[in-house]
Write a protein that binds this ligand. Sequence first.
Ligand SMILES: O=C(O)CCC(=O)C(=O)O
Length: 310
Amino acid sequence: MYGEASLFRDYALTDAELRSGAQGALRPGQVDEYDEQGYLVLPGLLDCDDLAPVRAAMMMKVDLIADQLMAAGRITDPLAGDPFETRLARLFEGLSAEDFVTFTGRSWRDRLTGYFELMSNPKILDVVESLIGPEIFANPVYNVRPKVPRVAAGEVPWHQDKSYWPDARSNPVVTVWVAVVDATVENGCLRMIPRTHQEAVAGFHFETYSGTAYLEMDDAAVAPLKARARLVPLGAGGAIVFNDRFIHSSGPNASEHIRWSVDLRYQPTDQDPMPQYGTGFLARSRVHPERVASLDDWCAGRPEAGVGGT
Ligand SMILES: O=C(O)CCC(=O)C(=O)O
């Protein structure tokens, strides 16, 4: 693999440059904590109104999956009246792990209004602005995660996000992980290893037990660090911020309900937009506010208002 020390030296801005002119929502002590620990927990960042659009988008997707299961003759009742917290899990009761991977998969990246609204939420962008300044690009890699009880694909092995995009000339990529329902120890909250945010990308491989081939850090690299790991339970609407070198994982869901979450990513606008990974968009700009992408731009594959498109 490669060492971070040689990565993008010519490309990455210094921390001071990134923050020049930054305003944002975080207090200096919180920024210091992020710098020192490599992650920051923000309980209650979002309220019910902020989460409503993303919950609606998730429910729309569950409707679609129920329709597909019905059409394939795998179920006879779409459970349309079941609650958000349990419906997807109940749809797969009696079906196999392979069915789950085929019809649901481990995460979703549909271009739906609710996800755009979450990615563009000013409370989230204010946090990101505190860390990287006001020119903010929403990275194409975001994941809507339905962590369903007793499904192996829900358990995420130890990894660094950057192992998923080793070729990308983006540094930093900042993750904002949002709990859409309460994330608890029982339902598989995140597990974080503090102060790993400046690590080089360690050796990794595709795991073979979830059916979805997550990238997993080699045991030799992560084993010595595991004693420092912390479980980070978080109420719905809370967020955890970390960068793409930070080592993290999440446990299995041993509860009776789905642990819904979304992980979003952001970077400064002068970084590689990583188009080979999907469609990102200009989420905030003080310099070019007229170029900030609308929902229509994003849906049309335009990363900026009126520019590009598929
Ligand atoms: O939500 C999870 O369980 C894992 C999240 C994750 O690995 C990430 O956000 O990079």
